[in-house]
Design a binder for this molecule. Structure first.
Ligand SMILES: *Cc1c(COP(=O)(O)O)cnc(C)c1O
Length: 381
Protein backbone atom coordinates (compact mmCIF):
# COMPACT_ATOMS: atom_id res chain seq x y z
CA UNK A 1 0.00 0.00 0.00
CA UNK A 2 1.25 3.50 -0.80
CA UNK A 3 1.77 5.91 2.09
CA UNK A 4 -1.14 8.22 1.05
CA UNK A 5 -3.59 5.33 1.55
CA UNK A 6 -1.97 4.13 4.76
CA UNK A 7 -2.30 7.67 6.15
CA UNK A 8 -6.04 7.73 5.47
CA UNK A 9 -6.82 4.25 6.77
CA UNK A 10 -4.18 3.80 9.47
CA UNK A 11 -2.94 0.48 10.81
CA UNK A 12 -6.25 -0.01 12.65
CA UNK A 13 -9.06 0.95 10.25
CA UNK A 14 -12.19 2.03 12.15
CA UNK A 15 -13.92 0.08 14.89
CA UNK A 16 -14.64 -3.66 14.66
CA UNK A 17 -17.44 -3.49 17.24
CA UNK A 18 -19.61 -0.84 15.56
CA UNK A 19 -18.27 -0.29 12.06
CA UNK A 20 -17.48 3.34 12.93
CA UNK A 21 -14.98 4.59 10.34
CA UNK A 22 -12.92 6.27 13.05
CA UNK A 23 -11.16 4.54 15.93
CA UNK A 24 -13.25 5.49 19.01
CA UNK A 25 -11.88 7.52 21.91
CA UNK A 26 -11.57 4.89 24.65
CA UNK A 27 -11.74 7.39 27.48
CA UNK A 28 -11.13 4.92 30.28
CA UNK A 29 -8.44 4.40 32.89
CA UNK A 30 -9.10 0.73 33.51
CA UNK A 31 -10.80 -2.41 32.10
CA UNK A 32 -12.97 -5.22 33.40
CA UNK A 33 -10.97 -8.42 33.65
CA UNK A 34 -12.67 -11.73 32.74
CA UNK A 35 -10.74 -13.56 35.43
CA UNK A 36 -7.39 -13.40 37.14
CA UNK A 37 -4.80 -12.81 34.45
CA UNK A 38 -7.48 -12.95 31.73
CA UNK A 39 -7.82 -9.57 30.02
CA UNK A 40 -7.07 -7.68 26.78
CA UNK A 41 -6.06 -4.41 28.46
CA UNK A 42 -5.30 -3.90 32.14
CA UNK A 43 -4.74 -0.17 32.75
CA UNK A 44 -4.50 2.80 30.36
CA UNK A 45 -0.95 3.81 31.25
CA UNK A 46 0.10 0.33 30.12
CA UNK A 47 -2.23 0.11 27.12
CA UNK A 48 -5.23 1.90 25.60
CA UNK A 49 -6.90 0.94 22.28
CA UNK A 50 -7.01 4.51 20.90
CA UNK A 51 -3.37 5.09 21.72
CA UNK A 52 -2.47 1.65 20.40
CA UNK A 53 -4.11 2.39 17.02
CA UNK A 54 -1.98 5.54 16.77
CA UNK A 55 1.17 3.68 17.86
CA UNK A 56 0.68 0.94 15.26
CA UNK A 57 -0.05 3.54 12.58
CA UNK A 58 3.07 5.64 13.18
CA UNK A 59 5.10 2.41 13.43
CA UNK A 60 3.87 1.34 9.99
CA UNK A 61 4.34 4.82 8.49
CA UNK A 62 7.97 5.02 9.60
CA UNK A 63 8.69 1.42 8.67
CA UNK A 64 9.71 0.49 12.21
CA UNK A 65 8.72 -2.39 14.48
CA UNK A 66 5.91 -0.45 16.20
CA UNK A 67 5.34 3.00 17.70
CA UNK A 68 4.92 4.51 21.16
CA UNK A 69 2.92 7.66 21.96
CA UNK A 70 3.86 10.20 24.62
CA UNK A 71 2.36 13.32 26.18
CA UNK A 72 4.80 15.59 24.30
CA UNK A 73 7.81 15.49 22.02
CA UNK A 74 9.95 16.13 25.10
CA UNK A 75 8.40 13.16 26.93
CA UNK A 76 9.21 11.04 23.87
CA UNK A 77 12.84 12.26 23.83
CA UNK A 78 13.06 11.74 27.61
CA UNK A 79 12.00 8.11 27.15
CA UNK A 80 14.69 7.62 24.49
CA UNK A 81 17.35 9.27 26.71
CA UNK A 82 16.27 6.93 29.53
CA UNK A 83 17.73 4.02 27.54
CA UNK A 84 21.18 5.21 28.63
CA UNK A 85 23.05 5.09 31.93
CA UNK A 86 25.53 7.14 33.94
CA UNK A 87 28.88 7.42 32.16
CA UNK A 88 27.39 6.95 28.68
CA UNK A 89 27.97 9.70 26.13
CA UNK A 90 25.76 10.92 23.29
CA UNK A 91 26.54 13.13 20.28
CA UNK A 92 24.34 16.16 19.59
CA UNK A 93 24.37 18.40 16.50
CA UNK A 94 25.47 22.04 17.00
CA UNK A 95 22.04 23.44 16.18
CA UNK A 96 19.04 21.48 17.32
CA UNK A 97 15.71 21.97 19.01
CA UNK A 98 16.40 24.07 22.13
CA UNK A 99 14.34 21.84 24.41
CA UNK A 100 16.31 18.75 23.41
CA UNK A 101 19.54 20.51 24.29
CA UNK A 102 18.03 21.72 27.57
CA UNK A 103 16.80 18.32 28.78
CA UNK A 104 20.22 16.79 28.09
CA UNK A 105 22.27 19.72 29.41
CA UNK A 106 20.17 20.51 32.50
CA UNK A 107 18.45 17.25 33.47
CA UNK A 108 20.26 14.16 32.14
CA UNK A 109 23.77 15.47 32.95
CA UNK A 110 22.65 15.39 36.61
CA UNK A 111 22.49 11.62 36.18
CA UNK A 112 25.95 11.74 34.57
CA UNK A 113 24.81 11.23 30.99
CA UNK A 114 27.48 13.05 28.99
CA UNK A 115 27.27 14.80 25.65
CA UNK A 116 29.54 16.20 22.98
CA UNK A 117 28.50 18.61 20.24
CA UNK A 118 29.63 17.78 16.72
CA UNK A 119 28.72 19.70 13.55
CA UNK A 120 26.07 17.69 11.70
CA UNK A 121 28.11 17.11 8.53
CA UNK A 122 31.56 16.68 10.11
CA UNK A 123 31.99 12.90 9.81
CA UNK A 124 35.70 13.05 10.66
CA UNK A 125 34.97 14.70 14.01
CA UNK A 126 32.18 12.17 14.56
CA UNK A 127 34.52 9.23 13.96
CA UNK A 128 37.06 10.70 16.40
CA UNK A 129 34.42 10.89 19.12
CA UNK A 130 33.14 7.37 18.40
CA UNK A 131 36.68 5.97 18.64
CA UNK A 132 36.80 6.96 22.30
CA UNK A 133 34.41 4.05 22.90
CA UNK A 134 31.86 5.54 25.32
CA UNK A 135 29.41 6.96 22.75
CA UNK A 136 26.07 5.11 22.88
CA UNK A 137 24.03 7.24 20.49
CA UNK A 138 24.21 9.88 17.77
CA UNK A 139 21.28 12.31 17.71
CA UNK A 140 20.35 13.77 14.35
CA UNK A 141 17.90 16.38 13.15
CA UNK A 142 17.82 16.63 9.37
CA UNK A 143 17.05 19.35 8.55
CA UNK A 144 18.15 20.96 11.82
CA UNK A 145 16.03 23.47 13.67
CA UNK A 146 16.35 26.35 12.77
CA UNK A 147 19.31 26.41 10.34
CA UNK A 148 18.24 23.57 8.02
CA UNK A 149 21.58 21.75 8.09
CA UNK A 150 21.37 18.37 6.40
CA UNK A 151 22.94 15.16 7.67
CA UNK A 152 23.53 12.19 5.40
CA UNK A 153 21.50 9.54 7.22
CA UNK A 154 23.03 6.57 5.41
CA UNK A 155 26.59 7.72 5.94
CA UNK A 156 26.21 8.57 9.63
CA UNK A 157 24.22 5.39 10.32
CA UNK A 158 26.87 3.19 8.77
CA UNK A 159 29.65 4.95 10.72
CA UNK A 160 27.71 4.74 14.01
CA UNK A 161 26.96 1.06 13.44
CA UNK A 162 30.68 0.28 13.24
CA UNK A 163 31.03 1.56 16.80
CA UNK A 164 27.81 0.03 18.15
CA UNK A 165 26.15 3.45 18.67
CA UNK A 166 22.43 3.96 18.06
CA UNK A 167 21.25 6.55 15.58
CA UNK A 168 18.29 8.59 16.83
CA UNK A 169 16.57 10.90 14.31
CA UNK A 170 14.17 13.68 15.23
CA UNK A 171 11.98 13.61 12.10
CA UNK A 172 9.61 16.39 13.21
CA UNK A 173 10.38 18.81 10.34
CA UNK A 174 9.84 16.25 7.55
CA UNK A 175 7.16 13.82 8.83
CA UNK A 176 7.09 10.23 7.54
CA UNK A 177 5.39 11.44 4.36
CA UNK A 178 8.58 13.19 3.22
CA UNK A 179 11.34 11.22 4.97
CA UNK A 180 11.60 7.82 6.64
CA UNK A 181 14.95 7.64 8.45
CA UNK A 182 14.70 3.92 9.34
CA UNK A 183 14.89 3.16 5.58
CA UNK A 184 18.24 4.95 5.64
CA UNK A 185 19.71 3.09 8.61
CA UNK A 186 18.39 4.92 11.69
CA UNK A 187 17.53 2.90 14.80
CA UNK A 188 14.97 5.20 16.44
CA UNK A 189 12.74 7.94 15.01
CA UNK A 190 11.26 10.61 17.28
CA UNK A 191 8.52 13.12 16.51
CA UNK A 192 7.09 16.13 18.15
CA UNK A 193 3.64 15.17 16.84
CA UNK A 194 2.52 18.59 18.06
CA UNK A 195 3.76 19.84 14.70
CA UNK A 196 3.02 18.33 11.25
CA UNK A 197 1.53 15.03 12.42
CA UNK A 198 -1.22 16.66 14.47
CA UNK A 199 -1.12 19.52 12.00
CA UNK A 200 -3.82 21.73 13.51
CA UNK A 201 -2.05 23.33 16.49
CA UNK A 202 -4.58 21.74 18.82
CA UNK A 203 -2.56 19.20 20.79
CA UNK A 204 0.88 18.56 22.29
CA UNK A 205 2.18 15.04 21.65
CA UNK A 206 5.28 12.94 20.96
CA UNK A 207 5.95 9.70 19.10
CA UNK A 208 8.80 7.21 19.08
CA UNK A 209 9.37 4.47 16.50
CA UNK A 210 12.24 2.03 17.00
CA UNK A 211 13.39 -0.24 14.21
CA UNK A 212 13.59 -3.46 16.21
CA UNK A 213 11.42 -5.36 18.61
CA UNK A 214 14.26 -5.42 21.14
CA UNK A 215 14.37 -1.59 21.26
CA UNK A 216 10.57 -1.35 21.29
CA UNK A 217 10.38 -3.68 24.31
CA UNK A 218 12.92 -1.57 26.22
CA UNK A 219 11.17 1.69 25.29
CA UNK A 220 7.73 0.30 26.10
CA UNK A 221 9.05 -0.73 29.53
CA UNK A 222 10.30 2.86 30.03
CA UNK A 223 6.97 4.29 28.78
CA UNK A 224 4.99 2.18 31.25
CA UNK A 225 7.46 2.76 34.10
CA UNK A 226 7.84 6.54 33.75
CA UNK A 227 4.27 7.11 32.60
CA UNK A 228 4.43 10.05 30.18
CA UNK A 229 1.74 8.52 27.95
CA UNK A 230 -0.55 10.27 25.48
CA UNK A 231 -4.22 10.40 26.48
CA UNK A 232 -7.00 8.79 24.39
CA UNK A 233 -8.48 12.09 23.17
CA UNK A 234 -5.10 13.43 22.04
CA UNK A 235 -4.38 10.08 20.37
CA UNK A 236 -7.65 10.47 18.46
CA UNK A 237 -6.67 13.99 17.36
CA UNK A 238 -3.40 12.67 15.95
CA UNK A 239 -5.16 9.81 14.14
CA UNK A 240 -7.46 12.43 12.60
CA UNK A 241 -4.53 14.70 11.73
CA UNK A 242 -2.62 11.86 10.04
CA UNK A 243 -5.46 11.25 7.57
CA UNK A 244 -4.69 14.57 5.81
CA UNK A 245 -0.90 14.57 6.26
CA UNK A 246 -0.14 13.89 2.59
CA UNK A 247 -2.35 16.68 1.20
CA UNK A 248 -1.20 19.10 3.88
CA UNK A 249 2.49 18.40 3.25
CA UNK A 250 2.02 18.78 -0.52
CA UNK A 251 0.55 22.24 0.10
CA UNK A 252 3.25 23.15 2.68
CA UNK A 253 5.87 22.16 0.05
CA UNK A 254 4.23 24.28 -2.64
CA UNK A 255 3.67 27.35 -0.46
CA UNK A 256 7.16 27.30 1.05
CA UNK A 257 8.67 27.17 -2.44
CA UNK A 258 6.58 30.22 -3.45
CA UNK A 259 7.59 32.11 -0.30
CA UNK A 260 11.25 31.19 -0.87
CA UNK A 261 11.10 32.51 -4.45
CA UNK A 262 9.66 35.77 -3.11
CA UNK A 263 12.19 36.10 -0.24
CA UNK A 264 15.09 35.67 -2.66
CA UNK A 265 14.03 38.87 -4.41
CA UNK A 266 13.20 40.73 -1.18
CA UNK A 267 15.84 43.39 -0.32
CA UNK A 268 14.83 43.21 3.37
CA UNK A 269 16.23 39.67 3.59
CA UNK A 270 19.99 39.07 3.66
CA UNK A 271 20.17 35.28 4.12
CA UNK A 272 17.75 32.39 3.67
CA UNK A 273 17.90 28.87 5.09
CA UNK A 274 15.66 26.49 3.12
CA UNK A 275 16.20 22.82 2.22
CA UNK A 276 14.80 23.47 -1.26
CA UNK A 277 17.48 26.06 -2.08
CA UNK A 278 19.48 24.43 -4.94
CA UNK A 279 22.55 26.36 -3.78
CA UNK A 280 22.37 25.14 -0.16
CA UNK A 281 25.11 22.83 1.08
CA UNK A 282 22.87 19.87 1.87
CA UNK A 283 20.63 20.03 -1.22
CA UNK A 284 21.84 16.86 -2.97
CA UNK A 285 21.93 14.78 0.21
CA UNK A 286 18.46 15.97 1.18
CA UNK A 287 17.10 15.02 -2.26
CA UNK A 288 18.60 11.56 -1.85
CA UNK A 289 16.82 10.85 1.44
CA UNK A 290 13.61 12.93 1.36
CA UNK A 291 10.84 13.46 -1.18
CA UNK A 292 10.12 17.14 -0.47
CA UNK A 293 11.41 20.27 1.24
CA UNK A 294 8.66 20.81 3.80
CA UNK A 295 7.27 24.11 5.03
CA UNK A 296 10.11 25.55 7.09
CA UNK A 297 12.16 28.59 6.07
CA UNK A 298 14.51 30.62 8.27
CA UNK A 299 15.84 33.99 7.17
CA UNK A 300 17.93 36.90 8.39
CA UNK A 301 16.40 40.38 8.27
CA UNK A 302 18.77 42.73 6.43
CA UNK A 303 20.42 45.78 7.93
CA UNK A 304 18.21 48.83 7.65
CA UNK A 305 15.10 46.86 8.62
CA UNK A 306 13.82 46.33 12.16
CA UNK A 307 13.02 42.63 12.73
CA UNK A 308 10.88 43.48 15.77
CA UNK A 309 8.69 45.93 13.84
CA UNK A 310 8.51 43.36 11.03
CA UNK A 311 7.09 40.50 13.14
CA UNK A 312 4.75 42.85 14.98
CA UNK A 313 3.38 44.23 11.69
CA UNK A 314 2.35 40.86 10.24
CA UNK A 315 -1.42 40.42 10.11
CA UNK A 316 -2.08 36.97 8.60
CA UNK A 317 1.08 35.24 9.82
CA UNK A 318 0.97 34.66 13.57
CA UNK A 319 3.88 35.41 15.89
CA UNK A 320 4.15 32.34 18.07
CA UNK A 321 6.14 29.27 19.05
CA UNK A 322 5.56 25.93 17.35
CA UNK A 323 5.34 25.01 13.69
CA UNK A 324 3.76 22.54 11.30
CA UNK A 325 0.17 23.69 11.69
CA UNK A 326 -2.21 24.64 8.89
CA UNK A 327 -1.72 28.31 9.83
CA UNK A 328 1.55 30.12 9.19
CA UNK A 329 3.60 30.88 12.30
CA UNK A 330 6.72 32.98 12.71
CA UNK A 331 9.14 32.91 15.63
CA UNK A 332 12.33 34.57 16.84
CA UNK A 333 14.61 31.64 17.76
CA UNK A 334 17.11 33.69 19.81
CA UNK A 335 14.47 34.69 22.39
CA UNK A 336 11.84 31.99 21.89
CA UNK A 337 12.53 28.39 20.80
CA UNK A 338 16.32 28.49 21.20
CA UNK A 339 16.71 30.71 24.29
CA UNK A 340 18.02 27.69 26.24
CA UNK A 341 21.11 27.53 24.01
CA UNK A 342 23.92 29.76 25.39
CA UNK A 343 24.26 33.07 23.48
CA UNK A 344 27.85 32.40 22.38
CA UNK A 345 26.91 29.02 20.83
CA UNK A 346 23.87 30.63 19.18
CA UNK A 347 25.92 33.41 17.59
CA UNK A 348 28.66 31.01 16.55
CA UNK A 349 26.35 28.67 14.67
CA UNK A 350 24.28 31.44 13.09
CA UNK A 351 21.21 31.80 15.33
CA UNK A 352 21.70 35.56 15.27
CA UNK A 353 19.35 38.14 16.77
CA UNK A 354 17.89 39.05 13.37
CA UNK A 355 17.12 35.42 12.42
CA UNK A 356 13.44 34.53 12.07
CA UNK A 357 11.89 31.10 11.52
CA UNK A 358 8.79 30.85 9.39
CA UNK A 359 6.49 27.83 9.37
CA UNK A 360 4.65 28.26 6.08
CA UNK A 361 1.04 27.15 6.45
CA UNK A 362 -1.52 26.02 3.89
CA UNK A 363 -3.16 29.40 3.28
CA UNK A 364 -3.07 30.87 -0.24
CA UNK A 365 0.59 31.61 -1.03
CA UNK A 366 -0.19 35.04 -2.51
CA UNK A 367 -1.80 36.14 0.74
CA UNK A 368 1.27 35.09 2.72
CA UNK A 369 3.61 36.92 0.36
CA UNK A 370 1.43 40.04 0.50
CA UNK A 371 1.55 39.96 4.31
CA UNK A 372 5.35 39.54 4.40
CA UNK A 373 5.87 42.31 1.87
CA UNK A 374 3.57 44.71 3.73
CA UNK A 375 5.40 44.07 7.04
CA UNK A 376 8.86 44.52 5.48
CA UNK A 377 7.83 47.93 4.12
CA UNK A 378 6.72 48.95 7.62
CA UNK A 379 9.97 47.64 9.11
CA UNK A 380 12.21 49.85 6.95
CA UNK A 381 14.19 52.14 9.26
C1 LIG B 1 8.72 21.07 19.12
C2 LIG B 1 9.87 20.18 18.91
C3 LIG B 1 10.27 19.27 19.90
C4 LIG B 1 9.58 19.19 21.26
O1 LIG B 1 8.29 18.70 21.14
P1 LIG B 1 7.07 19.12 22.14
O2 LIG B 1 5.91 18.41 21.54
O3 LIG B 1 6.97 20.59 22.10
O4 LIG B 1 7.43 18.62 23.49
C5 LIG B 1 11.31 18.42 19.61
N1 LIG B 1 11.98 18.48 18.42
C6 LIG B 1 11.63 19.36 17.46
C7 LIG B 1 12.39 19.38 16.18
C8 LIG B 1 10.58 20.24 17.67
O5 LIG B 1 10.26 21.12 16.72
Amino acid sequence: MQIESLLVHGAVDGDVNTGAVNVPIYQTSTYKQEGLGNYKYEYSRTGNPTREALEKTIGALEGGYNGLAFASGMAALTAVLSLFKAGDRIILPDNLYGGTFRVVDKVFTRFDLRYTIVEPDDTEALKKELEKGDVVAVFIETPTNPLMDITDLEEVSSIAKNYGALVVVDNTFMSPYLQRPIEHGADIVVHSATKYIGGHSNTVAGLVVPKTRELWDRLQFIQNSTGGVLGPFDSFLLLTGLKTLAVRMDRHNENAKAVFDYLQKEPAVSKIYYTGDPLSKGYEVHNKQASGYGGMISFVVAEGYDHKVFVESLKLITLGESLGGVESLICHPATMTHAAIPAEIREKVGIVDTLLRLSVGIEKAEDLIEDLSMAFRKAKK
